[in-house]
Write a protein that binds this ligand. Structure first.
Ligand code: ADP
Ligand code: MG
Length: 594
């Protein structure tokens, strides 16, 4: 009896693959440019017409193909780049799937001319909607020219999906930029509607960035660190040139442009409060890892990759940004300060960081001259704290009579608050600086994680809050966990909740806005940072319930907070790797006065 299962015809299979590989004209640009690079071209020209919807053409002076390969390359799974599955773990080329050209040809009209060094004449091939139309000899110089015309003309549904010509054009240029950044040694030209819009002569990365973004030298800071796990190279923008819109952020992994919200977060948090709220920094960073430790095969367009050591890469990246900014964004006295500060070595990553990275810094490079940024930076704040003793009698005693205070018991510290933000305490004979918000956040986070009952305070007037449908669904899913944190919330109707009680830490807060904020932070933690659900919620709740920066604390509160922090499992670095507490040792203090 005949079964009902059939093999898909090649053309259909290619069109299905095209659905993944070719999302829009810019995807074709990416594939063609990458092929030209893999063919070792030194000059690559890209021509776009009508956002790439009518024409995308890439001309290169690479190896070219012989008559046989010129025909073969349009077949599915046709690749010259890997011969066995093992090669996948040692890739040195951008392509390897052998499906880009077949996919592209199945949804467009293609004309290719190519010639390799070994043959006297070139080959010209025409393919329409995956059907082979013609192949002939033609006069040509070495290299390949592929013109992709009328993209999606045979799949109207996909064609309708495209955005306006200006939007698609923008995407093609972005793709061009990413690739041009990654290969500054290659000359690239971009033509739109027949007019040259960008000509990038080969050179180094600095020149390429300059040609593309027209930035001044002192607006970029060199980043160059090498660790066992990852090499991080490139440039980051000064906080001054950060923008309201997330535009110029380029992260590459082994030469491929990647989109990685998790690592993007590492970079942003490396800037910490050097960035004004809602501003996005400029960066162009190249990560290099052992090809065996990165999986580029998880997504057909290869914009997403997976690192074996993802979490370590996160922490290292964050530390490198911090250090790059810290070293370059400060005046000489601050540099001295930077050396003097010892972060408690709670993360071994920081240990290796301190030893592996310090010597590589180009200390002569100070792009800022003597200008200081307008908004106070971390370092300036710290500087302020450390400079106050000279004028402040309270602190003077603290500095000049350190020995007298050694009788401090564990739970009664000499302690005071600076700028309503930091606590300065003497703990075990060492001067310690504590970030009050982060400290409390950690205390609460550990309390929530311990799953002990958390006390809750009933509200005199319960509040109702209407949520969006998706937030309400999220709430229902997390209801039990939310109430376990000391909230007393129940649902009411289609998408409304009633807040009857709050954790005691939040008794003074406006219940509704705190809940909205927690849901929002939860989503970021969970979706962008990929933290497990329960933990994402605990972190979100801890963040919003914690004492804020700028809140005045009385001596009892300061003592209690410090004691609570010292009782934490993790006291020195918070969940995202930012310092909670730093200490100055005797030696480091002495260095100040040498
Ligand atoms: P992949 O790049 O994954 O191998 P493609 O479908 O993009 O698959 O290309 C198939 C093959 O065609 C490549 O492996 C390469 O041998 C050849 N090819 C494609 N573009 C070029 C080019 N511009 N110059 C030389 N050879 C090319
Ligand atoms: Mg390819």
């Amino acid at each position: 009896m005949a079964g009902i299962i059939q093999l898909l015809p090649d053309r259909t299979a290619n069109q299905i693959a095209a659905g993944e590989v070719v999302q829009r004209p810019a995807s074709v640009v990416k594939e063609l440019l990458e092929n030209a690079i893999d063919a070792r071209a030194t000059v690559i020209k890209l021509y776009i017409k009508n956002g790439g919807c009518t024409l995308i053409q890439v001309d290169d002076n690479g190896t070219g193909m012989n008559t046989f390969d010129a025909r073969m390359c349009w077949e599915r799974h046709a690749t010259s780049k890997i011969t066995k599955a093992d090669d996948l773990y040692n890739l040195n080329t951008l392509g390897f799937r052998g499906e880009a050209l077949a996919s592209i040809a199945s949804v467009s009209e293609v004309e290719m001319k190519t010639k390799c060094a070994q043959e006297d004449t070139g080959t010209r091939i025409i393919i329409e909607a995956g059907n082979f139309i013609n192949q002939e000899n033609t006069a040509a110089t070495q290299g390949t020219s592929i013109a992709v015309k009328n993209l999606f003309y045979n799949i109207p549904a996909r064609k309708n999906f495209l955005k306006s010509i200006s939007v698609e054009t923008k995407h093609t240029f972005e793709e061009f930029q990413r690739i041009a950044l990654s290969y500054p040694g290659i000359t690239f030209e971009y033509y739109n509607q027949g007019k040259n819009q960008s000509k990038l002569e080969s050179g180094n990365l600095e020149k390429r960035i300059h040609d593309l973004f027209n930035l001044k030298e002192d607006e970029l800071i060199t980043t160059n660190e090498d660790t066992d796990i990852v090499e991080i190279k490139g440039f980051i923008g000064t906080p001054k040139i950060s923008k309201r819109t997330r535009g110029n952020q380029y992260l590459f992994a082994n030469g491929r442009f990647i989109k990685d919200p998790y690592l993007n977060h590492a970079i942003i948090s490396g800037y910490s409060n050097l960035l004004e709220e809602k501003k996005h920094p400029f960066y162009i960073l190249f990560l290099k890892v052992d090809p065996k430790k990165i999986d580029v095969n998880i997504h057909p367009t290869k914009h997403e990759v997976k690192f074996e050591d993802g979490q370590h890469v996160y922490t290292l990246l964050q530390s490198v940004i911090k250090k790059t900014l810290g070293t370059h964004y400060v005046l000489p006295t601050d540099k001295q300060l930077l050396n003097a500060i010892e972060t408690y070595p709670s993360l071994n990553i920081n240990d290796r960081f301190a030893t592996v990275h310090s010597p590589n810094v180009d200390t002569s490079f100070n792009p800022f001259g003597h200008k200081k940024p307008k908004t106070p930076t971390n370092w300036e704040k710290l500087d302020a704290i450390l400079n106050t003793p000279i004028n402040s009698p309270k602190q003077k005693t603290f500095f000049t009579q350190p020995e007298k205070e050694t009788e401090n018991t564990e739970n009664n510290f000499d302690i005071f608050q600076i700028q309503d933000t930091y606590l300065v305490a003497k703990i075990n004979g060492k001067l310690s600086l504590i970030n009050q918000h982060r400290a409390h956040r950690q205390v609460l986070y550990e309390r929530y994680s311990s799953e002990q009952a958390v006390s809750s305070q009933q509200l005199l007037f319960p509040r109702t809050l209407e949520l969006s449908k998706s937030d309400f669904a999220l709430y229902l899913e997390m209801q039990q966990d939310i109430n376990a944190l000391g909230f007393d919330i129940s649902e009411f109707g289609q998408s409304t909740i009633i807040i009857n009680g709050l954790p005691s830490e939040l008794s003074k807060a406006d219940g509704s806005s705190v809940i909205i904020q927690i849901i929002d932070d939860f989503k970021t933690n969970f979706q962008d940072l990929k933290i497990v659900k329960k933990d994402a919620l605990r972190q979100a709740a801890a963040k919003n319930a914690a004492i804020k920066t700028g809140e005045k604390l009385n001596p009892t509160e300061m003592q209690a907070l410090t004691n609570d922090l010292l009782a934490c499992k993790q006291k020195t670095i918070d969940q995202s790797g930012k310092p909670i507490m730093v200490k100055l040792t005797k030696q480091s203090l002495e260095r100040f006065f040498q």
